[in-house]
Ligand binder design. Structure first.
Ligand code: 3HC
Length: 653
């Protein structure tokens, strides 16, 4: 084995049995930054020119092969060599080049691997072209080389969804050629030596396999239907489906499309979301703070929310003890949880062994004392202060002194709930979104007395549950529901001022929300919000503008889809504008002497966006939210705000 030789600050190599083993070491994710590209270029030139080198292995240090192009370089002046130039050099090299995928090969990372003459991966490696999630398309050959390897339908699925596949599936699809059983680099060197002197399988010159046009059309239609106005998926479909044309034409088209999209508002917004997600985990005051160990989670209240939390916890490997008021309610809770697990079994998200393991970690009880082994107890009972404080007082007496108590309240003040315990420092809020086993967002509420290691534990559990955690301070409704209230209020002002529900909904859907606000209300049911409004009526400031339209609808028995009508009518289940609703709205306007005016789509969008952003600014000023990006993440992941618009704070500019 030769002495290591550096080709740049991030690329070095050794020669082993005539093979130049090139290692990229560019933490944190070995992105193909300028220094990596330059180092690879020089290593490849060295391999080509040096007679002692008979083959090349490309691999990386750390857990990732290559995480993709360096997103932080986007928007900066281009630095030679470009990634496509390096990739062309790899494919054209006269000596075999083997990619040894030691971890994730994503985006530009997979594009590097696709140009190699053989790909071997460690069993834990993953591959994917997630560019569409950043509002772009692969820009270094991915849309042209992947279809040459695995055909158009499979390439379309991977590129347009951006999903990552594990080594086993990548092998079955033909993205990689082998999975290494033993040492990856040794296996790659052996594979490279075996290719010396043999014709090389270069991906670029391969012919794209013929595919059934009907199948392609069906897959493409599905992708476009999901795109909701985003450009990248449509461009990905166009590039992949035309991959049969000459390679150079396809590559040129792909590159210019990539460059145009990279500078688009959509891509800027999605990059903002990408970095905001990474920032969100950095929380003030937690540096060096160790979370407490958690293996058993207690869940109080096994209704829809509690059951969803239980399923998420079981899926993350925790033992769960569910508590409900009576044996009967606890048994019903167990059935509900097992029913959700069974659904995962039926859809293939869980195999029988996984189901059995999860079910065996679940127990239910009606006795508080049975929660004694819990490291963390999450309550998901009725959102009423007396109910919750009473429960916390009881729990405080039965759980271990080092165990943590979390409330899932949406609107109550968790400081008041904490005050009911002898140890408020071990209380925090974990505000899940329904259904809790599906929704990615989790607001982690830092209460006035929450100890740093309790907060750190909340964040660690959130990560284990694979949730996107956003820390919020205490305020009514926390970050999400407070902004949602402001947005809802503004929508009701718009109603009173002259817009109709379907016009507001159409504007929101046009903006990229999956469903308009009033349609969502109808789906969720109007009665809970109505009950809250009635509770608040006595303390409401009479000088504040209050819109009575929703109350009138509820009084008329229009409680949403469940009652067959709400903001809309649902003849045959189809959402339809209802003249009776229009009449109620007109009557309310008339009572207040409001002369209605018409609103353009743009005006509706601007008013609603401004209401959200203004409330977001207030949350920042009050120190409830730490960063504008945190607010954006909450609205995107909990309230349907389109990610490709970056969230209300980003969108306001
Ligand atoms: N460029 C620059 N920085 C990146 C990056 C990238 N491609 N990918 C990740 N990072 C940074 C993150 O911002 C984070 O920085 P921080 O520590 O300062 O916050 C750090 O790397 C670690 O990232 P994660 O916290 O996400 O680490 P994980 O270990 O959880 O995940 C990963 C690693 C799976 C590689 C994940 O980071 C990821 O999915 N990255 C993005 C992958 C991607 O989208 N690649 C395509 C890029 S575009 C492209 O390649 C265009 C090409 O076609 C020309």
């Amino acid at each position: 084995m030769s002495e290591p030789r550096a080709f740049s600050a991030t690329v070095s190599a050794i020669v082993q049995d005539g093979t130049l083993v090139v290692t990229i070491d560019n933490p944190p994710v070995n992105a193909t930054s300028a220094d990596v590209r330059s180092g690879l270029q020089q290593a490849l030139a060295h391999a080509e020119q040096n007679a002692d080198v008979t083959a090349v292995v490309l691999t990386s240090a750390g857990r990732t092969f290559i995480g993709g192009a360096d997103i932080k370089e986007f928007g900066k002046p281009a630095v030679e060599p470009t990634l496509p130039a390096v990739i062309e050099m790899i494919e054209a090299l006269s000596k075999p080049v083997v990619a040894a995928l030691n971890g994730a090969a994503l985006g530009g990372g997979l594009e590097v691997a696709l140009a190699c003459h053989h790909r071997i991966a460690s069993p834990t490696a993953q591959v994917g072209l997630p560019e569409v999630k950043l509002g772009i398309v692969p820009g270094a050959g991915g849309t042209q080389r992947l279809p040459r390897l695995i055909g158009i339908p499979a390439a379309l699925d991977l590129i347009a969804s951006g999903r990552l596949v594990k080594a086993g599936e990548a092998l079955a699809l033909g993205v990689i050629d082998a999975v290494a059983e033993g040492d990856l680099v040794d296996a790659a060197i052996a594979a490279a030596s075996g290719l010396v002197g043999r014709p090389l399988r270069r991906t670029g010159p391969l012919t794209v396999a013929a595919a059934d046009p009907a199948e392609i059309e069906k897959t493409a239609a599905k992708i476009l239907a999901k795109a909701r106005g985003q450009k990248a998926p449509a461009e990905a479909v166009r590039l992949v489906t035309s991959a049969s044309r000459p390679l150079q034409d396809g590559l040129a088209d792909e590159r210019s499309t990539f460059l145009a999209l990279r500078d688009s508002d959509e891509a800027k917004a999605l990059r903002h979301v990408f970095f905001a997600e990474r920032e969100a985990s950095k929380v003030d005051g937690l540096d060096g703070v160790k979370p407490r160990p958690v293996t058993t989670i207690g869940i109080c209240g096994l209704g829809l929310m509690g059951s969803g939390i239980a399923v998420a916890a079981l899926g993350a490997g925790y033992s769960v003890i569910g508590l409900d008021q009576t044996e009967d309610a606890a048994d019903k809770g167990r059935e509900r949880i097992l029913g959700l697990l069974q659904r995962n079994l039926a859809t293939g998200r869980l195999d029988q062994a996984g189901f059995d393991a999860q079910a065996s970690r679940l127990s239910v009880t009606a006795s508080d004392a049975d929660l004694e082994p819990c490291d963390l107890v999450i309550e998901a009972v009725f959102d009423d202060l007396a109910v919750k404080t009473n429960l916390f007082r009881r729990l405080d007496a039965v759980i271990r002194p080092d165990a943590i108590l979390a409330t899932n309240t949406s609107y109550l003040n968790p400081d008041e709930i904490a005050a009911a315990t002898a140890h408020p420092e071990r209380v925090l809020g974990l505000h899940f979104f329904s259904p809790a086993h599906v929704m990615r967002l989790l607001e982690v509420v830092r209460c006035a007395a929450t100890a740093p290691d309790v907060l750190a534990t909340g964040l660690a559990v959130a990560k284990a549950l694979r949730k996107l955690a956003v820390v919020t301070g205490v305020t009514e409704g926390f970050i999400g529901n407070r902004i949602f209230s402001a947005y809802r209020r503004e929508a009701e002002f718009l109603l009173e001022d002259g817009a109709l529900p379907h016009e507001i909904d159409a504007a929101l859907e046009d903006y990229g929300f999956p469903m308009g606000l009033f349609a969502v209300y109808d789906m969720a049911g109007l009665e809970i919000a109505w009950a809250r409004r009635k509770r608040q009526a006595a303390t409401r400031d009479p000088s504040e503008r209050y819109v009575e339209i929703a109350d009138r609808l509820c009084e008329a028995g229009r409680l949403g889809q469940k009652s067959g009508r709400g903001w809309y009518a649902y003849p045959d289940g189809k959402r339809t504008v209802d003249p009776q609703v229009t009449a109620i709205i007109e009557a309310c306007r008339a009572e207040k002497g409001i002369a209605p005016r018409s609103f353009s789509v743009a005006e509706i969008e601007q008013r609603l966006l401004k209401a959200m952003a203004d409330e977001g600014s207030a949350l920042l000023a009050e120190g409830i939210a730490a960063r504008p990006g945190d607010i954006d993440l909450v609205m995107i992941n909990g309230y349907g705000f389109p990610a490709h618009k970056g969230g209300p704070m980003f969108a306001k500019g």
